[in-house]
Design a protein around this ligand. Sequence first.
Ligand SMILES: [Zn+2]
Length: 274
Amino acid sequence: MKYFISIDMEGITGLADYTFVDSSKHNYERARRIMTEEANVIIEGLLLKGAKDILVNDSHSKMNNLLVEDLHTEATLITGAVKPYSMVQSLDHTYEGAIFAGYHSRAGQPGVMSHSMTFGVRNMYINDVVIGELGFNAYVAGHFGVPVILVAGDDGACREAEALIPNITTVAVKESITRQAVKTLHPKKSQALLKEHVQKAVDNRHLVKPLTPPENPTLRIEFNNYGQAEWAALMPGTEIENGTTIVKFEAIDILEAYRAMLVQVELAMQTTFC
Ligand SMILES: [Zn+2]
């Protein structure tokens, strides 16, 4: 009974804006404590359901946000970057289920701090399906036959999860008023909800199908400006679609598409604002 937890930060309880999720800002130390507590109650819930092996993958920014000394002793932690599979590093077929916590909605959608990987990205597509981080990560889990059984985050993230994955359990710990204002539960309240719902998610895990990715997927990333697309298209095998800021890449499988996406969004960040 192995479970995988990918935990991002923008969708953690009480966090309203970048003063919480940027490590140079004044609310960050508070935010990482709340994030660690949120991970711990999910771990506790899984242990109550007989989990024997829980891997937590820190999935925000520099990916070293969780306080290892305060994390539940029964979990193991992946911390730090760079990782070839980023938010789903080390997820494989041996897991019973995956849990995405602290998640946010994709770029261009309502939701607190909504984005897809970086602010250079307007949309990402696998074939004709528009996806954000949640969708891409769920496809990687699906590649290994692993269902995403629970998504926790703001209401936008929960809506996105429910649209993609039938029967998934979701926990909305806050409601976005705008992209940088939320109506939030108290952290203790959402911790109680998470502990309860993760157990429900384990009970219902056989009702959730893995999100199976297509074979030979076409990855298309729409960038916000043409300069970003030009940088991304330095990657061999890519091309810019005529008259757009969309960079196209034909992948062998979803794992190759994922790595291609990581390379392209990093390249696109080389543009200077002007
Ligand atoms: Zn994040």
